[in-house]
Write a protein that binds this ligand. Structure first.
Ligand code: ADP
Ligand code: MG
Length: 359
């Protein structure tokens, strides 16, 4: 058996109330109707709560349906409200709908009441389900965002750890090996030409390994970022980029030193790296100019290239995680990222507030 629908019925005429009751039961609606006939009893009942629907007469002695509607919509907008009136012109009917009533039924055509109640309840149910779905979606977005932020920081920590281990372990072994080889070379008789040359090339090889280890460590996590700050790290990255690609790359700072904490610095640095990777992969540019500055307690970072520019369509490509990753990093601080493609080339503009914390 389905549960009875709880109805709050505002009506001063007991006969009309009876007619409404039988119209509902004729339509197979099992209803638990609470009849009220004054402002106070209407408000008291609403406050007690638990109603699925409100039915209301339009004109009552000492109170009126429109005021009842206003009270109901102000605080209980989820409960459908249907007017049942003896006389209601079309204009007035439309006004009541505009004021938030769900429907209106004339007392001389009560056969419409059942279907109207059923439709109102169905719509409320659907609206609540939609709202629940939206809420769930928002929660799951929030969770995903937190997970992304967490993964970023775990990844950064991991990189730092690996960079340190490689540097400490491999770096030390290679340095010791180089010292040993130098020692052995010094002991080799000068007339052992072949051995001398072999030793020389081994020492050069070890030197190369030492350089590789440094490069790998720097790529994993530039020591400059931790030791000398974002300015030095960005400059180093720009030089590296220019050396590797031949694309001119300049970074400027205003003021010269910005005093940015390590978490924001890491985010800005990774965004710069991603933007430069995009320049190599997509831009067909010959220059990149980046500028780090501050305004109104926010950090502004702009990276512009003079390449082919990004189309709207390319900005939203599926399986493109570079731009998405940049957006997420910026969002972690309630910052903003915009991509400009007016004129020539692409400009990525980022704003990060200075005084909030990572979630
Ligand atoms: N600097 C740029 N110049 C021109 N197009 C770009 C630039 N950066 C990104 N794009 C376009 O935007 C798309 C999305 O970039 P991204 O999210 O980094 O993904 P991916 O680099 O993996 O393709 C790229 O595929 C490219 O078409
Ligand atoms: Mg990319």
């Amino acid at each position: 058996m389905t549960a009875a629908i709880k109805i709050l019925h505002l009506e001063d005429d007991p006969c009309d109330a009876e007619l409404v009751k039988s119209a509902l039961s004729e339509d197979g609606i099992v209803a638990d109707i609470h009849l009220v006939n004054s402002r106070d009893s209407f408000i008291n009942s609403l406050e007690k709560g638990g109603y699925d629907i409100i039915l209301s007469d339009y004109s009552l002695p000492g109170f009126d349906g429109l005021s009842a509607l206003n009270i109901a919509t102000a605080q209980y907008s989820d409960i459908p409200f249907i007017f049942i009136s003896g006389k209601m012109g079309e204009e007035l009917a439309i006004d009541t709908l505009k004021s938030g009533a769900t429907d209106y039924v004339l007392k001389n055509s009560l056969s419409r009441l059942g279907p109207s109640v059923k439709r109102a309840l169905k719509e409320t149910c659907e609206r609540q389900e939609r709202r629940r779905a939206v809420e769930e979606l928002e929660i799951s977005h929030e969770e995903l965002r937190n997970l992304a932020a967490h993964l970023q920081s775990v990844r950064e920590e991991e990189r730092l750890k690996i960079a340190r281990e490689i540097h400490d372990e491999l770096g030390q072994i290679l340095t010791a090996l180089k010292l040993d080889l130098n020692y052995v070379q010094g002991k080799l008789p000068a007339d052992q030409q072949v051995l001398q040359e072999k030793m020389q090339s081994d020492i050069a090889l070890v030197d190369e390994y030492i350089q590789s280890v440094k490069r790998i460590c720097n790529e994993l996590r530039p020591g400059l970022l931790d030791h000398l700050g974002i300015e030095a790290a960005l400059e180093w990255q720009a030089e590296e980029f220019q050396r590797r690609t031949g694309i001119k790359c300049r970074v400027s700072f205003s003021p010269d030193s910005l005093d940015i904490d390590i978490d924001r610095a890491t985010a800005l640095f990774r965004i710069f790296q991603e933007a430069l990777t995009n320049v190599i992969k997509h831009a067909e540019a010959t220059t990149v100019t980046a500028r780090l500055s501050e305004r109104d307690n926010s950090i502004i970072f702009e990276i512009a290239d003079n390449g082919i520019g990004i189309s709207e369509e390319n900005m939203r490509k599926a399986n493109s995680f570079g731009l998405l990753g940049m957006r997420e990093r910026v969002r972690m601080w309630d910052g903003q990222l915009s991509i400009g493609n007016e004129g020539t080339g692409t400009t990525i503009s980022i704003l990060i507030p200075r005084d909030n914390k990572i979630p």
